[in-house]
Ligand binder design. Structure first.
Ligand code: GCB
Length: 598
């Protein structure tokens, strides 16, 4: 009962606090970072938030109080509490927190000089899961969802001189949450991505979109939105390399439509061309690196820039190479995507939630297409309107942040969800939302396979009408069936759309060798890769795959002593960065595919 009451408490603020609109391309703004050391207090009973009657305490930890005299009772002190370097998950930073799910309070002092004619925001790349933010003892906002950015206007609360920011992050899982309580990855808590104080002019370009018009190669379209409904603002867009310099003027909603006739060189894996795009007004200038491309399907084919393509993919979790914990930095992205590149990939499935922005930008530079997903995973509460609102908000934030990233070719709205009418309504609505917000990318979701007859696998899902690519996860030879079955296995995928195998794989402990008939060995995993790829390669409409997974990753579900030790071992690379045999099996297959599609 207590759990239910607490869950309702947690959800309520989410419903009341609509998210402030996201600052587009925050890295191009005037900002200072709040990354670095923060004091933290572990608060398993939430005594920094609730009083002993479980009422919100107006004098919670966010006040950052200090005892004023020898008789003043204050039962916490940030300044004598330990330090944690942010961004990071807390689980891998302190042994006490490895399995911890609850609240942790963070505090940082910073100096600030107010700038006339400017607004000030605090921006978080992400914090998992429920985050409340306070500045100088007052609440500035809160956010639900562990993998998308959010920002709050702190102009009225920030002071000249010394300020303190307090953040309460709670990573408890909730049945009605997104994701829900059951998932196969570590529930890393904390301020897991960068924190910045951002200064922008009072009137500023809060959002923009610059891309090729769908289906056209010589027309750049998009829009610009100011933070205020201010008409008559003049905005210049320059793309120096294309000799583009055009002026647009905002309407009474502070909005301007962009239309530019230009024929850019196209972005693609062979030529990841990015253009500098500069948006400027009298008071500001924003620079971005933007690529231009078309992605579409025709019958059972995927076309990139009008040419048939094969997604040579791999799934990746946002887990730091070598050290575990959440990945967040450009360096982490370079290692992970460097491995993908070495494998011969032109595509990555960033599972199962939106990854940090560096990952997408790095993929773009390397010419790697991206599948980006929200954590609508397994058994979501399909009938709960709060759950839907939460999922839609995460979808919205994912698309808002990355809509200018040409590397993203697929928005995925779910993974392995059980069939039901209410699930179809929920996902149908999400798919429509994604399509209405962005009709220039493909929409998909990882579906499930059912056995039709002993030697026939079938993909049948009512969501087929909503998606552009029929994607499914297949664990034949691991969670059921035998590797030999693949030689004769038939596939029934009754849709005139390309199909994409969004997962397959087997667990292998790196360094464990034996015959290919013994599970957990590198040989078994490599053999499963070989036969799975051969099997799908014979099926009409096979347009790509992203096997599970690039690197072994932490998961509380993976308990087998001496083999798993809390790692999902389906990586092609061990958690120490050593490649397993299957890595080379897939690399060979991709070499051939690249030649075939030249
Ligand atoms: C799946 C899930 C993925 C799991 C994987 C596994 O189907 O989508 O999140 O980690 O299987 O290893 O079982």
């Amino acid at each position: 009962m207590k759990k239910i009451i607490l869950s309702a408490f947690v959800l309520l603020p989410f419903l009341m606090n609509a998210q402030e609109s996201l600052i587009q391309n925050v890295y191009a703004r005037d900002y200072v970072t709040l990354n670095g050391s923060w004091n933290y207090i572990i608060d398993p009973f939430d005594m920094g938030y609730y009083d002993y009657r479980l009422q919100e305490n107006p004098n919670g930890f966010f006040k950052n109080r200090k005892a004023q005299s020898k008789t003043d009772l204050v039962e916490y002190n940030f300044d004598t509490s330990p330090l944690m370097v942010i961004p990071s998950d807390w689980n891998t930073k302190n042994k006490q927190l490895f399995f911890y799910e609850g609240s942790v309070w963070f505090k940082k002092d910073f100096d600030y000089t107010k700038k006339p004619g400017k607004k000030t925001f605090v921006y978080f790349g992400a914090a998992n899961y429920d985050t409340k933010v306070y500045l100088n003892g007052e609440k500035v906002g809160e956010h639900i969802g562990g993998f998308t950015p959010f920002n709050f206007d702190i102009s009225e609360k920030v002071k000249n001189g010394s300020n303190f920011i307090v953040v309460r992050v709670n990573n408890e899982r909730h049945p009605e949450g997104v994701p829900t309580i059951n998932a196969d990855w570590w529930n890393y808590g904390g301020i897991t991505r960068e924190v910045m104080i951002v200064d922008v002019p009072d009137v500023f370009i809060s959002d923009y979109l610059v891309q090729l018009e769908k289906g056209k190669y010589d027309h750049i379209v998009g829009n610009i939105q100011l933070n205020q409904a201010k008409a008559g603002e003049v905005i210049e867009i320059m793309i120096p390399e294309l000799k583009v310099r055009e002026i647009f003027v905002t309407d009474e909603k502070g909005f301007a439509q962009i239309s530019i006739h230009a024929k850019p060189e196209l972005w693609g894996p062979e030529n990841p061309k990015l253009y500098e795009v500069v948006l400027s007004r009298e008071a500001e200038e924003i620079k971005d690196q933007i690529g231009f491309r078309q992605i579409e399907t025709r019958g059972k084919e995927i076309l990139l820039n009008g040419e048939k393509t094969f997604f040579r993919g791999i799934c990746i979790h946002e887990e730091a190479p070598f050290r575990q914990g959440r990945a967040w930095s450009p360096d982490d992205a370079k290692v992970l995507l460097g491995w993908a590149k070495e494998l011969g990939c032109n595509f990555v499935r960033l599972a199962h939630y939106p990854h940090n922005e560096h990952m997408i930008r790095e993929a773009e530079k390397l010419g790697i297409m991206v599948w980006s997903e929200i954590p609508v995973y397994w058994t979501i509460h399909w009938d709960n309107p709060n759950t839907y609102a939460n999922a839609q908000q995460q979808l919205d934030e994912m698309i808002s942040r990355d809509k200018n990233r040409c590397a993203i070719t697929v928005w995925s709205i779910a993974n392995e969800t059980p069939h039901s009418d209410s699930r179809d309504v929920f996902l149908g609505k999400l798919a429509k939302y994604a399509r209405d917000k962005d009709n220039t990318r493909l929409i998909s979701m990882a579906m499930e396979v059912s056995g039709e007859a002993k030697d026939v696998s079938k993909v049948q899902d009512n969501m087929n009408t909503f998606v552009d690519i029929i994607s499914f996860n297949s664990y034949l030879g691991w969670y059921g069936g035998k590797i030999e079955d693949m030689k004769t296995r038939k596939w029934n995928i009754p849709y005139d759309k390309p199909f994409f195998v969004s997962e397959f794989g087997a667990g292998a402990l790196q360094g464990k060798h034996s015959s290919e008939t013994e599970i957990w060995t590198e040989e078994y995993q490599a053999q499963l890769y070989k036969e799975t790829l051969a099997m799908f390669d014979k099926v009409e409409g096979f347009a790509g795959t992203s096997p599970w997974i690039l690197v072994d990753f932490y998961s509380p579900r993976r308990q087998l002593n001496g083999i798993q030790d809390f790692f999902n071992r389906k990586g092609l690379i061990s958690n120490n960065g050593v490649k397993k045999q299957a890595f080379f099996e897939l690399q060979d297959f991709y070499k051939n595919k690249a030649d075939e599609y030249k």
